[in-house]
Design a binder for this molecule. Sequence first.
Ligand code: PMP
Length: 439
Amino acid sequence: MTVMEEYHERVKKLLPGGVHYNFNLPWEESPIHFQNGKNSRVWDMDGKEYLDLYARFGAMIVGHGNKEYTDSLKEVLDRVLFVSHCDLDAEALEAIHQYVPSAEMIRFGVSGTEVVQNAIRIARAYTGRNRFVRFYNHYHGNADNIMGGHSTDRENPVPTEYKGDTKGTEGRAAGILEEQSYLIEWNEPELLEDLLKRHGEEIAAIIMEPVCVNGGSIMPKPGYLQTVRDLCNEYGVVLIFDEIITGFRMGIGGAQAEFGVLPDLTTLGKAIAGGGLPVGAVAGKKEIMNLLTEKRVVHAGTFNGYPLGTAAVKTTIEILSRDNGRAYETMKVQAKKIHEIMRKTAKEEDFPLIVQGPPLCSSFHCCERELMKASEYSPQIQMKDVILNAALQKNGILISSISRIYPNITLSSKDTAWFQERVGEAIREAKLLIQELYE
Ligand code: PMP
């Protein structure tokens, strides 16, 4: 056993499954214990080096050991560890307000799961309605009312648990899936319109990832987001963009700035605080957010607005916005190189592979054509993606689940060269295994 394997045995005795995180997936997350990180590289306890395109589910955007970032945190650590309001609030809030077009007012929280629930509560209070609409393969956190399920009745698409659901769980509050949401396919405007015609009056909110990153980095069809916006206006429904990934990965302004479609409420998380600390935020129109000002809606949390997190947000935005967002431009150039290398190598190896989605939150898929909707992302494609992900990891390249590629601002030509040297072997290994399993 290696040092790390032995260490993991110790951990496993106390940590269920030996992991900090689990879904009901037919594969295991391999537990690598990391010891060091620098820029885009990380080293495990056995000293093995990896290129980190996992970025802890996309959160890590400033790069490991970013001195400006860590110095700003240390300065706060030494000065004001924990108080209710600190002298960084205005700067962090103003920075979000400046860049996220619909963020007229903002409240901080900690996790993405939590701020999504806050947003739904606010939307319910604002509309006086209960149900929300969500979409297949969009992920909005680990809460009973919003994870998994499927619906079979087009006229009344109420989600229910089903066997084999990777987001299905025992212990869910009885009836919560059925009572709180409607679940339909995304990127299908007629389906949504049909639903609103039938049930518009009971719907408080529509929540979506404006680019469906969790469903395989699927882009919205041209005009789709605007159609949803128009339908929300027509039916008095609060539009929530869950920009917890896209927020700082399509630019600081998120997908809303990119597509020019503004939601009523936005949830932010992950990379908003650079990657080292947890910060979530719910932002939105003043008229709606004022429900909090008026205390009609409760929003609480011990760590809301904690100084270290607030400093992390402030510094992250400073780093990302500097020189007209130069960090994004560089990151995009390097990310696109990774994509091209991957596509080219797969072609040379005669291995079906596509890379899709925005450059900083893209996904690869082991199939011939770009995925356009959730139903196209079959369990077989997912399994093949996982196989390639595992092969990449074996060869020193970490990719987020299932097949998401998350660069950080330090990704360099040396890193893309490292990628190029290893990706061919990973593809060959994956190809062999896939042939054994499926052909
Ligand atoms: N929304 C989206 C779009 C996410 O990707 C995630 C996390 N994967 C969440 C919400 C939940 O965030 P957290 O894991 O911080 O609770």
